[in-house]
Design a protein around this ligand. Structure first.
Ligand code: SIN
Length: 546
């Protein structure tokens, strides 16, 4: 299959320079916990984020932390549920490590002052037991971020807000020795004030790439920056085709980009997805009904939306049976979101449609954050550690972010003691220099991604995205600005997702093809993509050690 070439960024002038032991990109759960752990080993840490410290997906997370802590639950059951959701592509040893560490991760957060909800643990799709730790009802992300943020603010970590990571720096041996970063101006079309941050370890904790799609739960700043940067640097990327769509994203007519999530826990509490006639959409489609795995729910919803019986744009989540009091007490965030959009969930169904939610794949890494490039580490959603396989089990991701962030900090204590303290003159790593991608192309590409690389895919649709990517105009302006950087990263992400989705001729987990509807044993292995000499190359095979 011939694939369009990836796009590269314009060369930049470096007008400032910083040096540190560890530079961490991203301030969600993974970035903050990595920063905290790294600061504890007495290393100099710089933490950068494109917006302010409160930006990103973590503060918005409504679900919870999955941890087998109930007496009726067991580590084996949590492992088994995770493996079932992952549809044959998880690495069992990594899953077991994660599940085993999960209860302690929750206790550590308590030690930092996190206030979790009392009462029974929550239930979400794909979980055979109650094991979701909640905070503030449906506000786990805000609570987690609050305690981690405060701990980092109280530490020696230096935080650089409004600073975007652009590309890595490599030394003559090909090791990653820092990043090129750009200070962001007041508007995204203002040239970035670019400089170099040299470091003995570069940690990517940039989250996912929801903005590659027309509708997503991810905030506007989630534009696949870490994935784009790592891809241009030549890192190995795995399972990129597996994008999880959340079934219940608030539907606002005509809205593009981020839309509010309506937590799955609401279905755990009795909420039902219904059609225009008020009939249950999931009844008869899966033994777990409304709590079936997300790919099954989203696909079943899509079929109903396309059935010419009611609007093709959305369905409804009927949570009236949950009761007004319980809604207010356990789902204050959801109730507030709905009210602000003119819907009262205690008395009327909530309009919903599936939206891009979570990247199950990413930069190939282990749970310590090691990637295929020496000096480059990845944690959280941007990494693919083999824990989520072809489909993530709900609420396993915050748990993973906490655990791998903390493990990475510890791991760096060992790694850095053996890495040299003085760096040889760094070279610009990008394997190519280009003009970047025209930001004006973003909206149309995202619409095409939702249509053809979304819940249901096929050869013709994916091919049409690849054609668009080939023809996408270059950015009209130099020097590099944030809008061009983001558009280029989204172009790269769209290229990687649609290339991998075209190659995987089967349906598995959250990758579903109408032209290859069955799961195939031939494809019971991850697909690894890499940019080599300006081209995307692919290889199928087991996730080897990094
Ligand atoms: C949700 O609350 O439904 C989202 C939780 C998750 O994606 O893990």
């Amino acid at each position: 299959m011939s694939l369009p070439p990836p796009r590269f960024l314009p060369a930049v002038n470096l007008s400032w320079n910083r040096d540190t032991d560890i530079v961490i990109v991203g301030t969600g759960a993974a970035g903050l916990s990595a920063a905290l752990a790294a600061s504890k080993i007495g290393r100099k840490v710089i933490l950068i984020c494109k917006g302010d410290l409160l930006s990103g997906s973590t503060p918005l997370a409504q679900g919870g932390l999955a941890a087998a802590m109930d007496l009726s639950d067991s580590l084996d059951a949590h492992v088994s549920d995770t493996l079932v959701a992952a549809a044959g592509l998880a690495v069992e040893s990594s899953v077991r490590e994660l599940v085993t560490a999960a209860p302690q991760a929750v206790r550590s957060l308590c030690g930092l002052g996190a206030r979790f909800d009392n009462g029974p643990l929550g239930l979400e799709g794909g979980h055979s037991h109650r094991r979701i730790v909640h905070a503030g009802g449906d506000a786990i992300g805000a609570e987690l971020h609050r305690v981690l943020r405060q701990a980092v603010l109280d530490s020696d970590v230096e935080i650089l807000e409004n600073t975007a990571a652009i590309d890595v720096l490599k030394d003559a041996a090909g090791d990653v020795v820092g990043i090129i970063a750009g200070r962001v101006g007041r508007v995204s079309t203002q040239p970035l004030d670019t400089g170099a941050i040299t470091a003995r370890a570069v940690v990517l904790a940039t989250g996912g790439f929801g903005q590659a799609y027309a509708s997503s739960t991810n905030p506007a700043e989630v534009t696949g920056d870490g994935l784009g940067l790592a891809a241009r640097a030549g890192a190995e990327l795995t399972n990129i085709e597996f994008v999880q769509f959340h079934p219940t994203v608030f539907y606002v007519p005509g809205r593009r980009g981020q839309s509010p999530l309506i937590t799955e826990a609401l279905r755990g509490a009795g909420g039902t997805i219904t059609d225009v006639h008020g009939r249950s959409v999931m009844r008869g489609h899966h033994p777990l009904g409304d709590l079936a795995p997300r790919d099954v729910v989203s696909f079943t919803m899509l079929q109903r939306m396309n059935s010419n019986d009611g609007p093709s744009t959305h369905l409804w989540l009927d949570a009236r049976g949950v009761g007004a009091r319980r809604l207010e007490e356990e789902f204050p965030t959801t109730v507030e979101i709905c009210r602000s959009l003119g819907v009262h969930p205690a008395s009327e169904p909530i309009p919903i449609a599936p939206g891009a939610h979570y990247a199950c794949g990413g930069i190939r890494a282990d749970l310590d954050g090691n990637t295929s490039l020496h000096g480059l580490y990845a944690v959280g959603e941007v990494a693919c550690t083999g824990v989520h396989g072809a489909n993530r089990l709900a609420s396993n991701s915050l748990t993973e972010a906490m655990i791998s962030g903390a493990r990475l900090g510890q791991h760096l204590a060992d790694v850095l003691s053996s890495r040299r303290d003085t760096l040889s003159a760094p070279l610009l790593s990008s394997p190519g220099v280009g003009a970047g991608v025209d930001p004006a192309t973003r909206e149309a590409l995202a619409a095409q991604m939702s249509r053809h690389a979304g819940v249901l895919r096929n050869c013709a649709g994916l091919g049409s995205i690849l054609e668009t990517l080939e023809m996408t105009p270059e950015a009209p302006f130099a020097p590099l600005d944030l809008a061009t950087l983001e558009a280029t990263n989204l172009h790269t992400v769209s290229l990687l997702v649609s290339s991998a989705a075209s190659m995987r001729e089967e349906s598995r987990g959250c990758h579903r093809r109408s032209d290859f509807a069955q799961t195939s044993d031939d494809w019971a292995q991850p697909l690894c993509l890499q940019i080599v000499e300006g081209e995307v190359v692919a290889q199928a095979g087991a996730m080897a050690d990094t």
